[in-house]
Design a protein around this ligand. Structure first.
Ligand SMILES: Cc1cc2nc3c(=O)[nH]c(=O)nc-3n(C[C@H](O)[C@H](O)[C@H](O)COP(=O)(O)OP(=O)(O)OC[C@H]3O[C@@H](n4cnc5c(N)ncnc54)[C@H](O)[C@@H]3O)c2cc1C
Length: 497
């Protein structure tokens, strides 16, 4: 038995930001990671000279100004840095009815491109996106810490009363409601749906305005930037910083139980049987894993059961990690693409196809003369359960060729130029990311009031905190970094640091 101030279960970006923030404040921190490397959904793997991102590739939070550049800040806090490559276009959309649009890093250029498709809606478009900027300016002027800490809330309110009131106004709103205040054109509203869906995996009506304001503005402010060496570098650097700050991390250390004594979380038990105790326990696993697997049924708080009635698991993904000959990509190809042929299928399994080609920003991730294409599309785990090994392989192959056929329309010659192909299913995501059903994260079961229903870091079990994408403000690396700053802040106050 060993005692720490804080144990963090899992080294996703949310867990790592919590751990590094607490370590620099002087806490004795122990991270326990079930896998071989840190990063979770922001991890990587290497095959035949390619370094593939397992998930995230479109990275926000690396800006230099304001307060929302949380990845820059998290790295700086532990005296490490990362070179990033700016992306001049956030997304190239390939949508139904010939809507073929690039979201330029320059705001005015983006508005101009969009207005080109909807010339009668130019004022409406500007009004909607300008309103998103209002949310962003409120967020970007205050220190983003724990909303569960009353003294911080009071300080921020007295420093920036109007910005705080602005945020309170937007907190219960969804992007779809705000969009419809300005926009009537059904095609344009569908485009706004896709603008939300491609990171929130729900349409605009169910996407909180706070998150939409953040994404729709920061892409033109701090911008989208790709870490040199691949997304996995973010976690590697944070671990380096954690160790420099006196923290510890153990890999292949799967927590199987959160030890609760007298209704308080006091430690964890690993699959090896090893027990660690700490004053505070943080879980970076999803809520379904934390409350469904790491404690007994009787210990699950009723608030958690209520939360699960409001939110459910989003689907997982079918992922193709592809290596191709460089000549397959036409000149001027952008890094990130969204492909949809039929609006009715946007939220369906295999409807929206997400594509990232990180080697356009960092060629060193692939052998010379080659590129990486990561294509992924939502898939439910149920379709993959109970198959024998042969049927599983057949199903994977069939699905992969359906995706390659769709990609061929944009990258003709892809099939002929294939050099490497690895297919991941929801089962792969579950296994390697340690996420129940391989889910991308929580999504509302029905339309809710903005972000008001998302839980913060404290849980009803004293001593136990959650961090990551099943806490406020949700999915995405910059969002989970926010959750990490907030979690560390709340714990530091609770520990009197
Ligand atoms: C295919 C895909 C594409 C994405 N694209 C983007 C994108 O372009 N941009 C973006 O910003 N976001 C993107 N995301 C979302 C983003 O990656 C996630 O929201 C974010 O990384 C989640 O971070 P987290 O801290 O919540 O935890 P996770 O990344 O889920 O990490 C949790 C960690 O905890 C460990 N763990 C779990 N249980 C245990 C246990 N019992 N014991 C020990 N360790 C445990 C896991 O192994 C893992 O390392 C994408 C996600 C996916 C899957």
């Amino acid at each position: 038995m060993q005692a720490s101030d804080v144990i963090v279960i899992g080294s996703g970006i949310g867990g790592l930001v919590t751990a590094t923030q607490l370590a620099v404040k002087g806490a004795k921190v122990m991270m326990l990671e079930r896998y071989l490397i840190p990063g979770g959904s922001a991890g990587y793997f290497e095959r035949q000279g390619y370094r593939f991102d397992v998930g995230a590739s479109m990275i926000f939070g690396f800006g230099h100004k304001g307060t929302t550049n949380l990845l820059t800040r998290a790295l700086q806090a532990v005296n490490v840095s990362l070179e990033v490559v700016p992306d001049s276009v956030q997304i190239h959309y390939h949508l139904p009815n010939g809507l073929n649009l690039k979201v330029d890093r320059v705001y005015e250029k983006f508005l101009q491109n969009l207005t080109g498709y909807f010339p009668n809606q130019s004022q409406e478009i500007r009004r909607f996106y300008d309103e998103c900027w209002k949310v962003f300016h409120c967020l970007n002027s205050i220190d983003l810490l724990s909303l569960e800490e009353p003294r911080y809330l009071m300080r921020v309110f007295f420093q920036h009363p109007l910005k705080c009131l602005g945020l309170v106004k937007y907190l219960p709103q969804n992007a779809g409601d705000v969009a419809r205040r300005y926009i009537q054109d059904p095609q344009l509203l569908k485009f706004i749906d896709m603008e939300c869906y491609c990171w929130s995996v729900v349409p605009a009506d169910m996407t909180p305005m706070i998150n939409a304001g953040m994404v729709f503005s920061d892409r033109h402010y701090g911008g989208v930037n790709y870490p040199k060496g691949g997304v996995g570098q973010i976690a590697q650097k944070l671990v380096e910083g954690l160790i420099k700050a006196g923290g510890e991390i153990q890999y292949q250390a799967r927590v199987t139980k959160i030890i609760i004594e007298n209704r308080r979380a006091v430690g964890v038990q690993l699959a090896s049987g090893q027990v660690y105790r700490a004053k505070r326990i943080v879980s970076n696993a999803t809520r379904w894993d934390t409350f469904g697997k790491l404690m007994s049924q009787q210990e699950i708080p009723s608030a958690e059961i209520n939360w699960q009635q409001r939110y459910h698991k989003s689907p997982s993904f079918l992922s193709l990690h592809i290596g191709v000959k460089a000549e397959v990509l036409p000149k001027g190809t952008e890094c990130h693409h969204i492909i949809l042929e039929d609006w009715e299928k946007m939220t369906e399994s295999e409807g929206t196809l997400f594509v990232s080609i990180p080697t356009l920003l960092d060629p060193d991730l692939a052998p010379a003369g080659h590129h990486i294409i990561h294509a992924f599309t939502p898939h439910w785990i149920d379709e993959w359960r109970g198959l024998c090994a042969r049927m599983y392989e057949v199903k994977k192959e069939e699905a992969a060729w359906r995706i390659i056929e769709r990609l061929e329309k944009i990258f003709p010659g892809l099939n002929a130029g294939l050099d490497y192909l690895e297919v991941g299913t929801p089962l792969t995501h579950r296994r390697f990311l340690g996420r129940q059903d391989g889910t991308y994260g929580p999504i509302p079961r029905r339309k809710l009031r903005g972000l008001l229903g998302m839980p913060f870091n404290r849980t009803p079990i004293p001593g136990l905190y959650c961090v990551g994408d099943s806490t406020f403000p949700g999915q995405g690396l910059n969002a989970v970094a926010f959750s990490g700053f907030a979690c560390a802040h709340r714990i530091a106050v609770d520990l009197g640091m």
